[in-house]
Structures are given as structure tokens and as C-alpha cells.
Design a protein around this ligand. Structure first.
Ligand SMILES: Cc1cc2nc3c(=O)[nH]c(=O)nc-3n(C[C@H](O)[C@H](O)[C@H](O)COP(=O)(O)OP(=O)(O)OC[C@H]3O[C@@H](n4cnc5c(N)ncnc54)[C@H](O)[C@@H]3O)c2cc1C
Length: 381
């Protein structure tokens, strides 16, 4: 056991996920360079039972806690952040739904069985014209009732894991109800397709392409949720999978820099650069930032997992995301300064960490939303 690993199940999974992370790390740079989606890595996670970990115990799953998920996801991200962020969406969607949902009971029971068999799902909520769904914009994707069925048309952007998803939770505007609905869609349904549009410099291997819906028809019970306000208003600890991924990137950058400083020995010095005071200063500062970020993230997860503390949570989850994402950017920056110009070589992992860490700023909740909420709370008190 350790400061963070507190029970036998966590220890076992940390061992398992550590092996997979180390294996995935070997090809993470290649996938990134080619902008290739590593479907085989997601398959390994399915085969290992990892993708079923957040299925609730009452539905025959492992029912892991948010703390467990954060622990495992951070370790996975140290090896392959794109895979971690991708599978994190799936784990968190299942975890969130497992805590209670508005779904038809049979449909939810069906989906838990599917996930236990290896199915992977994610939310497809973003569109070009709405931007982040957390801002409350109305989807351009529409759902219209025709002959007793819902017919969906539209295009979703940023659909992470799109090339391997079995199910998508698609938001669509329902004119007749004057609200946004969430529809459970299977990948093989007629009219569902993926257009490979993902051409970013960060998180290139997440396969976050556009999802197209062309007269996709579903029955009533597949309208699983109605959204009345911005999703950001909900206290959802499962979203901590996001900072967990960015903490993993920061940790990987720190590990690289420490190793580099211990080994790099230019002939102007009598030993490695780890003895240079300026390098030690940066290493110490990285340690401090990482520990603060880790401490806040894991404490936030524990607060959420504790039913007595959860009702008192206000902005703590958003603060955790803000602290970790920004600490990650700073830690990667310091690791690159320690490494020098070599950090910019294309085969150096630090330049990938640098690009990937940037993506965290554009995952929810965004910094301005966190700060704005804190200010509003201050005035409420
Ligand atoms: C790697 C990655 C993976 C992702 N995976 C998924 C996924 O699987 N599913 C999914 O649905 N989405 C996903 N997203 C999308 C993500 O959740 C955001 O919707 C997306 O990044 C757009 O956010 P944005 O802040 O850039 O866009 P916008 O909301 O368009 O914001 C752009 C700018 O305008 C400002 N702005 C816009 N609207 C407002 C407003 N109302 N108030 C104040 N300021 C505003 C913002 O502050 C920002 O400065 C992913 C994103 C990334 C980067």
C-alpha cells in the first residue's frame, strides 16, 4: 500500500493497468505522429475487464469509486494520455449513470449487460455552432417524431473514440418538447457514420471525429434523458477522469525530466546537470506543483465518494480540474526547460506532452466557468 493506494483491489488494478500503460507507451508516439486511432489498445482494455469497472455492483459490475477511477486513469495516462482520456469518457458516463438516471429500466439494464460484454460508449454533445455544451447552447441536431419513432438528423463534433464506440449518447433539440433530449444510438444503425475530421495538434490519437446522423430512427425508450439546464450545473464527480488524464501527462513529463537531469552530463560539467542549482530549483518546484495538484484531485474524489460530504460540494470538482490542468501545463513547461532544446525534437515525448496538456484547457469545465462560479458563490455567502 502507499499514500494513495489504500486497498487490495486498488493495488491489483494498479499493477494490471501499469503493465498496460507501459505497453501502450511504446507506440503512443507513433499513434500521435500518424494521428492514428489505436483501436487495439481499447480492445486490450475491454479484454482486461477495465471498461466494465464502473458498472454498478447491483448490475453485476465492479462498481468502483471515483477515487479508484482517478487512481487508475492517472496511471494509464502516464503511458498513453490519448487512450486514457478516451476510455475515461466511457468509464465516467457509465459511472455517472450508475448513480441514478432517468432511463427506462430495461434499457439501462440492457446497456449495463452490453458494457459487461465489452461495449464502449460516450456522449456526443458538441457541435460546431454551439461550442461547448456546458455553455447551454441549443443543439443543431434535431429529433422529430414520425410514425411513433424519433428521427434524428445532424452532425456532432469532437466525438472521442468515434471509430470504436458501440453506443453514442447523442444530444438533439426536440422542437415539440422545446428541450434538448439525449438519445441512445447504436453504431450500426442505418444513417450513422463517422467522418474522419479530427486533425488537431493535441490528443491526436483520441479519434475525436465528427459523428453524422442522417435520418437515424429510434424508438421512444431510446430517448433516455431530457436536459433542462446546462449540464455543468450538475455535481458529477465522474468528470474527474479529465484532470486525472492531465495529471498523468504532468507526471510523465516530470519523470522524463528527472531521468534526463540524472543522466545528461555535458562536458562543461563534472557530472550530470542534476547538480546544477537552477535545475534542482525547477525539479523541486515541479514536485511541489504535482503534489498540490494530486492532493487536491484525490481529496475532491474522496469528498464526492463520501455520501456525508457530497451534498456540501460546490465548486470543488471544478477547482480540481482547474488546478490540475494548469499545474500540468506548468510542470510540462519546466520539464522542457530542464531538458533544453532537445525537448523540441520530434521524437522527444515532451513535445507530445506539451501539445496534449493544452487540450485540457478545452475540456469541461473551462477555467473561466470555474472562476466565475467561485465569484458567484462568494457573493452568495
Ligand atoms: C481532446 C478533446 C476531446 C473531446 N471529447 C469530447 C467528446 O467525447 N464528446 C463531446 O461532446 N465533446 C468533446 N470535446 C469537446 C469539448 O467538451 C468542448 O465542447 C470543445 O472543446 C469546445 O470547447 P471550446 O471552449 O473550445 O468552444 P466554445 O464553447 O466555442 O468556446 C470558444 C471560446 O468562446 C468562449 N465562449 C463560448 N461560449 C461562451 C459563453 N456562453 N460564455 C462565455 N464564453 C463563451 C469560450 O470561453 C472560448 O473562449 C472534446 C474536446 C477535446 C479538446
Amino acid at each position: 500500500m502507499s499514500l494513495w493506494i489504500q486497498n487490495e483491489r486498488q493495488r491489483e488494478w494498479m499493477e494490471k493497468i501499469g503493465l498496460l500503460a507501459d505497453e501502450f507507451q511504446k507506440t503512443a508516439a507513433l499513434d500521435d505522429e500518424a494521428g492514428r486511432f489505436p483501436a487495439e489498445k481499447i480492445q486490450r482494455l475491454r479484454d482486461a475487464g477495465y471498461t466494465a469497472l464502473t458498472v454498478p455492483e447491483v448490475f453485476g459490475g465492479a462498481g468502483i469509486s471515483v477515487y479508484d477511477m482517478v487512481l487508475f486513469q492517472e496511471r494509464l495516462a502516464r503511458g498513453d494520455a490519448a487512450v486514457a482520456l478516451g476510455i475515461g469518457w466511457h468509464l465516467s458516463v457509465m459511472g455517472e449513470l450508475g448513480e441514478g438516471n432517468s432511463w427506462d429500466e430495461d434499457v439501462f439494464s440492457f446497456i449495463t449487460e452490453e458494457v459487461k460484454k465489452g461495449a464502449v460508449l460516450n456522449r456526443a454533445a458538441t457541435e460546431r455552432q454551439t461550442g461547448s455544451p456546458t455553455r447551454g447552447g441549443r443543439p443543431g441536431t434535431s429529433a422529430v417524431k414520425k410514425d411513433g419513432k424519433w428521427v434524428l438528423n445532424g452532425r456532432k463534433t469532437f466525438t472521442t473514440l468515434s471509430l470504436t464506440l458501440d453506443y453514442m449518447l447523442v444530444t438533439a433539440w426536440i422542437e415539440e418538447k422545446q428541450t434538448t433530449g439525449v438519445f441512445l444510438i447504436h453504431k450500426d444503425q442505418s444513417g450513422v457514420s463517422v467522418e474522419e475530421t479530427w486533425d488537431m495538434i493535441a490528443m491526436k490519437a483520441t479519434g475525436s471525429h465528427d459523428l453524422l446522423l442522417d435520418h437515424v430512427t429510434v424508438s421512444d425508450e431510446r430517448l433516455v434523458e431530457l436536459i433542462s439546464g446546462p449540464r455543468a450545473a450538475k455535481v458529477n464527480g465522474w468528470l474527474l477522469h479529465i484532470p486525472a488524464a492531465y495529471l498523468g501527462i504532468a507526471q510523465a513529463a516530470r519523470d522524463y525530466a528527472v531521468r534526463f537531469a540524472s543522466e545528461y552530463s555535458p562536458n562543461s560539467l563534472n557530472g550530470p546537470i542534476k547538480d546544477v542549482p537552477a535545475v534542482q530549483q525547477r525539479i523541486g518546484e515541479m514536485e511541489l506543483e504535482l503534489l498540490k495538484a494530486r492532493q487536491f484531485l484525490f481529496t475532491a474524489a474522496q469528498m464526492y465518494d463520501d455520501p456525508k460530504r457530497r451534498p456540501f460540494i460546490k465548486s470543488e470538482l471544478g477547482i480540481a480540474k482547474h488546478i490540475v490542468t494548469n499545474a500540468g501545463l506548468s510542470v510540462v513547461d519546466k520539464a522542457m526547460r530542464i531538458t533544453g532544446a532537445k525537448s523540441l525534437e520530434r521524437n522527444n515525448p515532451l513535445q507530445r506532452y506539451y501539445r496534449d496538456a493544452r487540450a485540457g484547457l478545452h475540456n469541461p469545465p473551462m477555467d473561466d466557468a470555474v472562476i466565475g462560479k467561485l465569484a458567484a458563490e462568494a457573493f452568495e455567502q
